[in-house]
Write a protein that binds this ligand. Structure first.
Ligand SMILES: Nc1ncnc2c1ncn2[C@@H]1O[C@H](COP(=O)(O)OP(=O)(O)OP(=O)(O)O)[C@@H](O)[C@H]1O
Ligand SMILES: [Mg+2]
Length: 503
């Protein structure tokens, strides 16, 4: 790509950008939320056309006017937003528009068998006939990857493929990417996890505010990458300010839903951040959704400040001061067609009333404050949320709940897809919440984050609490060791694991 420029109303997304990809390399695209990474790759996949500049493939200038052009040129893309059809099966999605045929009919048998082969290659345990709408977010991602593999591309573009995966799945993905590189495939890889860059990448192009700032080798020190990306250094990546815990605000006892979670009990006290760690599928999201009333449960109790909450009643939970930043923000967190201001006001609307009317100017002021604090990159408060970058959309969901002033705030994977600089801003806001006596329950698959920002870590495995760790003393290995246990097989007295300091 040479001198590429792309504008949207009110925004120059990319300007004078150069980018090149060799065969058999992993080229990482690095940049803050809104820097233009997704816009750049969308010009290679045919979703956007550049306003200026050229794209060359094998030295020849090309026009990529749509997904078919990209496919013909051997370019496959795994988008940041999932692109699968929920009503169709996994196999149908993988071979959409290219189903194997026999006597003019779709050869379902062969399609399912081929899909099963690809799924085995990415190491995901899903039947080809499963409806995509029934899959969790990590498995959706693995299906996207299987689909890209089926295209046999010479250029593979992956926009934050690891954002929704846990450690084991990331390892599998890296194995696949390394094998493709060996075969001469060129891979464009976007990630906000800096440790992945040296582990997988060959070269890094850093984008800042829509310009290509520099190109460096992938083994460049993380601190230097951060400096190049955000234009300053970041001292403390996990600035948790711990304080003595106060009274229990949230108390969960014996919470059980058959087939999902069993006998889950814990407390979260005022001023505390409690982390909920575990593998994908361990039941963490199911538990926090039940606590919030988004789903029901079979037995057990949820109490806020000693008052029992009715089950399956979100409004009662919110009235009691519980908030939830959901994992699936596209589906549950935002109204994509509404503006930034409207989205930030969704929870607070009704609270910011004066004489019974919504105080619009106060609402706008608050929206402006929180968007500023989280450094949401936008043309203005009136921009449609749909047109914000992925990470900036996520900042809004969190911002919305931070504005709501919940006593107990539940965060499900809060910093997924958020750049390193903005993460620190979110952690600062978490500190402000706990300093003012609120409680935070944080589900996170990011082990450094869960250890760096929590006070205590609960580890779930197979729908049960497998153990509890002191976050200031525990190691990532200790969390993983608990995450792979079968808690139903161990006695409760064995569950509390202490790990010596300094490990
Ligand atoms: N369809 C659109 N209409 C208007 N503005 C857009 C559109 N698509 C992208 N933008 C703007 O272009 C800029 C770059 O967005 P892009 O999605 O490329 O960022 P990104 O680097 O991928 O960020 P993230 O890390 O958050 O995914 C942002 O300011 C975004 O709001
Ligand atoms: Mg993006």
């Amino acid at each position: 790509m040479e001198g590429v420029r792309k504008t949207f109303p009110g925004v120059v997304a990319l300007d004078h950008v150069d980018f090149d990809l060799r065969r058999g390399e992993v080229h990482v695209l690095l940049g803050e939320n809104g820097a233009g990474k997704s816009t750049l790759i969308k010009m290679l996949s045919g979703a956007h056309r550049p306003d200026q500049g050229r794209i060359l493939v094998g030295g020849e200038p090309v026009r990529i006017n749509g997904a078919q052009d990209a496919e013909r040129l051997g370019i496959a893309t795994i988008y940041q937003e999932f692109n699968l059809v929920p009503e169709l099966s996994v196999a149908e999605n993988i071979f959409l528009g290219r189903q194997p045929r026999r006597f003019g009919l779709v050869d379902r048998r062969r399609m399912n068998a081929d899909a099963a082969g690809l799924l085995a290659r990415v190491g995901v345990d899903v039947a080809p006939q499963t409806r995509v709408g029934d899959l969790g977010i990590a498995r959706l991602q693995m299906v996207e990857i299987a689909k890209a593999l089926s295209l046999d591309a010479r250029v593979l573009i992956m926009d934050e493929p690891t954002a929704v995966l846990t450690t084991g799945e990331v390892d599998k993905l890296f194995g696949i990417v390394r094998a493709l590189r060996e075969d001469g495939v060129g891979v464009v890889f976007i990630t906000h996890h800096l440790e992945e860059i040296a582990a997988l990448g060959d070269r890094v192009t850093v984008l800042r505010d829509g310009r290509s700032v520099t190109q460096v080798p992938a083994d460049t020190a993380e601190a230097e990458l951060v400096r190049l990306m955000v234009g300053r250094s970041i001292e403390a990546q996990y600035p948790r300010q711990r304080a003595a815990a106060g009274d229990p605000l949230l108390k969960v006892t014996g919470l059980t839903r058959h087939g999902a979670f069993t006998d889950v009990g814990f407390e979260v006290r005022a001023g505390e951040v409690v982390g909920l760690a575990g593998l994908v599928g361990a039941g963490r999201t199911e538990v926090v959704r039940a606590v919030f009333g988004a789903d029901s449960y079979d037995s057990g109790t949820v109490e806020v400040l000693g008052e029992r909450l009715p089950r399956g009643d979100v409004n009662a939970a919110m009235d009691a001061g519980v908030g939830l930043v959901p994992e699936d923000r596209k589906g549950q967190g935002l109204v994509l067609g509404a503006t930034v201001e409207e989205n930030l006001g969704l929870v607070t609307l009704g609270r910011g009333t004066r004489y019974g009317f919504v105080d619009r100017s106060a609402q706008r002021h608050e929206a402006d404050r929180i968007a500023g604090q989280l450094k949401v990159r936008m043309a203005g408060l009136d921009q449609q949320v749909r047109t914000l970058s992925g990470g900036n959309q996520q900042k809004l969901v969190i911002g919305k709940w931070l504005l709501a002033d919940s006593k107990v705030l539940i965060l499900d994977e809060p910093t997924r897809g958020i750049d390193v600089g903005a993460k620190v801003e979110i952690y600062q806001l978490v500190n402000e919440l706990t300093a003012s006596g609120h409680a935070v329950l944080m589900v996170s698959s990011d082990l450094p984050e869960v250890l760096g920002m929590s006070d205590r870590v609960l580890v779930m495995a197979k729908g049960r609490i497998a153990g509890e760790l002191d976050a200031t003393k525990a190691t990532q290995d200790a969390v993983m060791a608990l995450a792979v246990t079968d808690p139903a097989a161990t006695r409760p007295s064995d569950r509390k694991v202490e790990v010596p300091r300094g490990h």
